[in-house]
Design a protein around this ligand. Structure first.
Ligand code: FAQ
Length: 312
């Protein structure tokens, strides 16, 4: 019986069909999905902070409206993703507690500070750009609710990327000081953006199994290379450079060669030692505590309705 279920699961995955919440799945598959989707959800929610920092200081009403919409979209992404974990039996309250207590990860990228308004443009261009590169293949991930959430998320991320690039284009047409701000911002975000794809394949503990289960569709290094190839012409059109002396076109490979990110820095940030880790978690904890009355009111409202329905 167990063998039959496992065989059916394997066949479904190999046939590029989707595993749905009520289907049998191996415990490890469920655990891996909850880990990855929860980290992804946490990243979207924590990821609101670096840009949210600029909403009250946006240089025009138009920029403020765009930024508000973008940050709000990220909250929506977090919520779809928490809902996807719930279809696997995870509890949202428990995931939030794990995040706040530092027992679950979120993307390293959001532990870097946003120092100027150019960072808003560069996050849109490079951070959302890297997110799209990583998430478009996830529209074909083997777990149905995750794959479907990704379709909408990717559409919104592509608006985010364009608004970032358009903002940078505008700044590059401005004063020398504005152009310098853009270049400085690119210099600070380039390496952290490359780290978003995770450690090199040789050090990636989860890739092999996640690829076999078709949760991940490409390896970390494959996606990083794709991102570099995609970003170079965009940088040239914008008129900025990336801070990597090894970055050059390799005719033989038909791809760009590039240097290695500082993996010691990556692990330090992942383990909580980045510039903003403490601030991000403290802010998240405070928002969660401040919101407790909303959760209590929602539960009381639901109970009142259930009682009324029961009485009827
Ligand atoms: N940061 O074995 P692997 C966004 C951990 S959303 C922190 O290679 P895996 C939208 C990894 O968890 C950005 N930790 O791991 C936005 C594992 O630890 P564990 C988030 C990282 O899962 C834009 C260990 O290292 N996107 O940006 C990172 O196979 C703008 C070994 O690594 C997603 O989450 C990292 N960068 O591959 C929002 C996409 N990389 O769990 C606001 C979905 C690795 O064993 C503003 N996730 N680790 O303790 C994925 O595709 C994968 O989970 C990877 C990592 C590729 C991130």
């Amino acid at each position: 019986m167990a063998d039959d279920l496992e065989l059916r699961f394997e066949r479904t995955v190999q046939a590029e069909s989707r595993i749905e919440p009520r289907d049998w799945m191996p415990d490890g598959y469920r655990k891996t999905l909850i880990r990855q989707i929860a980290q992804h959800a946490h990243s979207e929610i924590i990821g609101m902070q670096p840009e949210g920092n600029w909403i009250s200081r946006a240089p025009s009403l138009r920029r403020k409206a765009i930024l508000l919409a973008k940050v709000q979209d990220e909250a929506g992404h977090g919520l779809y993703l928490y809902s996807a974990t719930e279809t696997l039996g995870a509890d949202r309250e428990d995931l939030t507690t794990k995040l706040i207590e530092g027992r679950q990860k979120y993307s390293s990228i959001f532990n870097y500070p946003t120092l100027t308004f150019a960072d808003v443009g560069v996050i849109g261009w490079l951070v959302d750009g890297a997110a799209i590169c990583n998430q478009v293949p996830l529209c074909r991930t083997s777990y149905g609710p995750y794959a479907r959430a990704m379709i909408r998320i990717c559409k919104e991320e592509s608006f985010h990327q364009r608004q970032g690039y358009e903002l940078l284009m505008t700044m590059m047409r401005g004063t020398q000081q504005q152009r310098d701000m853009v270049q400085d911002s690119v210099n600070r975000w380039w390496w952290p953006a490359l780290m978003m794809f995770g450690p090199p394949d040789s050090e990636s503990t989860n890739t092999e199994q996640s690829m076999a289960w078709r949760i991940k569709r490409d390896t970390n290094d494959e996606l990083r290379q794709k991102f570099v190839n995609m970003s170079m012409p965009q940088a040239e059109a914008l008129g900025v450079t990336f801070p990597d002396p090894e970055l050059k076109w390799n005719e033989e490979r038909g791809q760009y060669d590039f240097g290695s990110p500082d993996w010691d820095e990556f692990w330090q940030v992942v383990k909580g030692g980045g510039v903003c880790n403490e601030q991000r978690i403290a802010h998240r904890r405070k928002a969660h505590e401040d919101g407790s009355w909303v959760r209590e009111a929602a539960v009381a409202h639901a109970q009142k309705h259930a009682q009324k329905e029961g009485a009827a």
